[in-house]
Each structure stands twice: as C-alpha cells, then as structure tokens.
Design a protein around this ligand. Sequence first.
Ligand code: PHE
Length: 450
Amino acid sequence: MVDLNENKQRDQWGSKLGFIMAAAGSAVGLGNLWKFPYMAGSNGGGAFVLIYLALIVIVGFTLMAAEIVIGRHTQLNAIGAYRKIRKGWGWVGGLGVLAGFVILSYYSVVGGWVINYIIKAVTGAFNTSDMEVLGNMFGGMISGTWTPIFYHALFMIITLGIVIGGISGGIEKFSKILMPALFVMIIMIVIRSVTLPGAGEGISFFLKPDFSKIDFSVILAALGQVFFSLSLGMGCMITYGSYLSKDENIPQSATLIPLLDTGVALLAGLAILPAVFALGFDPAGGPGLVFITLPAVFAKMPMGGLFAVIFFVLVLFAAITSSISLLEVVVSFVVDEWKWSRAKATTIVAAAIFALGVPASLSMGIWDTIIFKDLVFFDALGFLSDQILLPLGGLMLCIFIGWVWGVDNAVKEATNGGKVKFTIAPVWGFVVKYVAPIAIAYIFISGLLA
Ligand code: PHE
C-alpha cells in the first residue's frame, strides 16, 4: 500500500467491517467468557447483570465513542494522541500503555491455561464430574513451574505472530475469521446448555434480579468489569481508532461494539450458568467456574466431550483477538514515538511482556508470597490494572474531553464535521462532562478506601 501523506505508511483498516470485527474482537475476550459468568455467578446473578447493563449504557457507550474520537482525530498511539491535542497530557496515554503491558502479562498466562485445556479436552483428560479431581487437575496445572510458562510462551508467540503482520494484514485478517467462528460456536453451546433438562433454574438465576443482592461491592465489581470487558480506559480504542479512515461513522461503531460485546457476555452467561444449574453444580465457583465446574458439566452432558473442545477453542479465539489489541497498544506507541520497525517493536515488546508474565505464573505456585494486601503477584497485577489504571484512565479521558479539549471539538470529529448523524450528541456531551466522571470518581475512590 502506498501512502505518501505525512504519517508515512500508517496502516489503515481495510474495511468498516474489518474495524468492527477487530474492535469487537478486542472487547470480547476472557472478560466475557471467563470473568463475566463467574462474576455474575458470585454476585447475585441477575442483580449483577442489571447493574452491569446500566453501567454499559451510561459509561460504556460514552467512553467507547470518546476513545475512538481521540484516536481518529489524531491518527496516533495513545500517548501521542493525548499529547497532540494538549501538551502535558501524554501521561494519561502513558497510564494506558502501562495498563496494556500489565494486563497482557497475566492475560497471556490465562491464555496459556486455555491452550492447555484445549489439549486436555481433545485427549479426554477431564472426562470426570468429580469436582475434587477436576479441582486438583486445574490447581496442579496452574501451580506447576514449567508447564504454564511453556503455554504462556506459546500464547505470546501466537499473539506476536499476528501483530507483526500489522493492522489490515494481521489483526484485521485474523479478527474477520475468528469473530464469526466464535459467534457460531457460542450459539451452539448456548443451545446445548439451555435445552438440558433443568436449565430453567439457571436461566432465571441469571436473568431475574434479586435486589437484596445489590450492594456497593457489586457495583464496584460491575464497573471494573465494564472497563475491562469493553477494553476501555487504556487507550486501546484510541489506538484502534487511529487506524480508522476519516469517513467512517463513529457514533454507529461506538454503538455496535458495546452491543456485540454485551451480547457475547450475555450469551456466555447463558452458555454456562443454565448447564451449571441443570447438572447440580454451584454457580459461585469463582475463577474456577470455567476450568473446574464446566469440565464437570461437560462430562455429564450428552456429547459433552465434543462441546468441551468447542468451548475451549472458542475461549482461545476470544482471548487472542483481545491479546493482539493489548499488544498493539504498546507496539503502536513504540513504532510511532521511537520509530522502531514494527517487527522489532513487536518482538521486543512481546518478549518483555512475556518476562513479566513469568513471575505472575509462578505466583500461582512456587512463589505464592503475598506481596500486597492479601494478593499474590498475579492478583496484584490484576488489581493494579482493573481497579486502578483502567478507572483512572477512564476518569481522565472524560475530564480531558469534557474540560480540556472540549465536547464541541469531539462532536465535530465524531460527526465527520457535521456529515454524520449523532442525534444524542448533547446527551453524550453531558454524560462525558458530568455524569460519567462523577460516577467513576465516586466508585473508584470508595473502592480504594474500602
Ligand atoms: N476486553 C478484553 C476482555 O474482555 C480484555 C481487554 C482489556 C482487552 C483491555 C484490551 C484492553 O477479555
């Protein structure tokens, strides 16, 4: 592709669908398939889901549009984008790049567990519904020394292999295959799950809110999940938006991406919780829900072996379309600002992230020292990203647009200078300026003090 403007050879999405698939691919990930069902399961089912949906509507859509606008306007990485609009604000993008680095280091460790579980599913290794056996199998695997590091390396290599191919030739190409495949697979599993005898109880647990279960910690958990699941607060959508052409419709994309992400999260809940109830397991299985409870569920259901393979491949696809976006945030910064070649940037950044993931993996086993509050290194990285960097990034994003750059300028970009319809622009501006930052600040600060 020959592109001789001043951003010489900056890659672009090949098509609108390509961008939507890649951005939805970033959003849909372990957050939807692994975290969302267990968080709903442990936080009162429908009550959690309801709060989550409310926050998606208020905060999710708003920040999604906000990030894409900044990226498309500046055509730069997260740090460069903030700095180009207003000197002295690059550090907000810097927090994002740091968050991307940190998240990917432990995300890749979990991605490695998923690869290991695909192999287990294929070889029929967990063909038992004895929770103790399955619990030991999972605990044994993640607390091992070399096995999880090996799979973590494999996951990083796959991620690197895609990102090195660039935007249209790497990330977009793979997202356009993996996302539709993911969609088909999850629908198959939902149909299997909700047609099991006794699934009704799980469906109503998931969809009927029990308001007595809503307390502050549920709201806090839901907010963190909104940021994480939509890939917001760390410049990921700034970065992806920066490869978007000037005539794409931002309000439309910013609506579609959260819809797809939320759709998949709800489908994941429907894929998992009804089966868990139907087969008599505990929905509050926590992080082990997908790795311990679900294999037990598969072992008990007709054709479960096949569905187990499909399920873990699905989780892997989702994880990869997210991990590539995390890596791209950092790579894009290094390529733009340090002028490294994409190949060099991708390889070195991926290696550094892999290195940070090694102690994270070991902290599940031989290095299980508590380093902060009651957290081991792996959990501390999660705390740093989900509870601090992402909400802080989201808060600063709102302040930046609402009070520094100005809502009018942002709306001008969002509407391609008035050419595209953005009917709710006044509401959007009000939420960016007041509602979202106050809500985020309130939840964020009370969470830190708790
Ligand atoms: N949204 C991804 C998921 O749900 C994780 C992610 C967070 C990706 C932040 C990019 C940026 O798994």
